[in-house]
Design a protein around this ligand. Structure first.
Ligand SMILES: NC(=O)c1ccc[n+]([C@@H]2O[C@H](COP(=O)([O-])OP(=O)(O)OC[C@H]3O[C@@H](n4cnc5c(N)ncnc54)[C@H](OP(=O)(O)O)[C@@H]3O)[C@@H](O)[C@H]2O)c1
Length: 259
């Protein structure tokens, strides 16, 4: 069956609302649609009540022995992601430009028994990204997961007719070029690590327009384009590339935007 997925685990609700496990073809279609298109039609399906999963949780750390790199990990959504992965046992690599915030967060994790490293990185600079990936692999031996989250809003409130080339570069050099260069150097490291998963942070602004933020919105549409293309290019080599599109989240960025 080559690299196709041959085993599907479905966690079900307890009886009496448990789904009809005899509808095999229906479950394969469901799993292909919401889990992974490469699930083989002959895959075996295993049903387990999710209460069994809950019983396992206290002893199970989902990301033990996995190395996760998070750009823009020193604040906001990135910081929350760093803490969530650290709690699940991952080696977390935090990157960003502000050193004090990044080092404080890494120390908070290591002094609590976790595994973390801060690497100062400006994602607009390719040599910084090369060094970040090298330091990650040099320290933890592999790279399995990356959350390319670093981003900037630039300046909200500028009409399209008021945009400048400088503002375009300020936003796009981080939001587009940063994601492109991050994937460019993360993917070879993941291939050497036996495969991996990348999540790029787009935005609801990557799907619809917002007056006063044409450059930011364009950059977030671009993140989705980069994601879809890289996903198709590397799926067969075991790298999954996806994006997320958050709505408003209370962070430093949103606070600046609301001022
Ligand atoms: N908050 C929202 O409502 C919302 C909604 C949708 C999507 N998003 C996206 O979520 C991501 C995180 O934003 P946030 O809301 O969590 O705001 P945030 O707290 O301001 O986080 C932005 C992060 O990006 C880092 N960063 C910015 N420029 C960088 C650069 N050149 N190189 C490396 N790191 C850089 C910042 O660290 P340094 O300044 O230290 O470099 C910071 O850690 C962004 O991509 C944003 O577009 C946010």
């Amino acid at each position: 069956m080559g690299s196709r997925i041959c085993r599907v685990q479905i966690f079900t609700a307890p009886l009496p609302i448990s789904p009809d496990s005899s509808d095999r073809a229906g479950w394969i279609r469901f799993a292909k649609r919401i889990v992974h298109p490469f699930i083989d039609n002959r895959a075996t399906i295993h049903f387990t009540e999710y209460s069994a999963l809950l019983r396992l949780r206290p002893t199970m750390k989902s990301f033990e022995n996995k190395t996760v790199l998070i750009t823009g990990g020193n604040s906001g959504i990135g910081k929350a992601t760093v803490l969530a992965f650290a709690k699940e046992g991952a080696n977390v690599v935090i990157s960003g430009r502000r050193v004090a915030e990044g080092e404080k967060l890494a120390k908070e994790i290591t002094s609590g028994g976790g595994s973390a490293l801060f690497v100062r990185t400006d994602v607009a600079r390719e040599d910084d990204i090369v060094a970040l990936v090298e330091k990650t692999v040099g320290t933890f031996g592999a790279l399995h997961i990356a959350f390319n989250n670093a981003g900037t809003e630039g300046q909200f409130g500028l009409l399209t007719t008021e945009q400048t080339v400088e503002h375009y570069h300020q936003v796009c050099d981080i939001n587009i070029r940063g994601v492109l260069l991050s994937m460019k150097h993360e993917i070879p490291a993941m291939l050497r690590s036996g495969g991996g998963a990348i999540v790029n942070n787009s935005s609801v602004g990557g799907h619809i327009g917002f007056p006063g933020s044409s450059v930011y919105v364009a950059s977030k549409f671009a993140v989705i384009g980069l994601t879809k293309t890289a996903a198709l290019e590397f799926a067969r080599q075991g790298i999954r590339v996806n994006s997320v599109s958050p709505g408003p989240v209370q962070t430093e960025m949103l606070d600046r935007g609301l001022r």
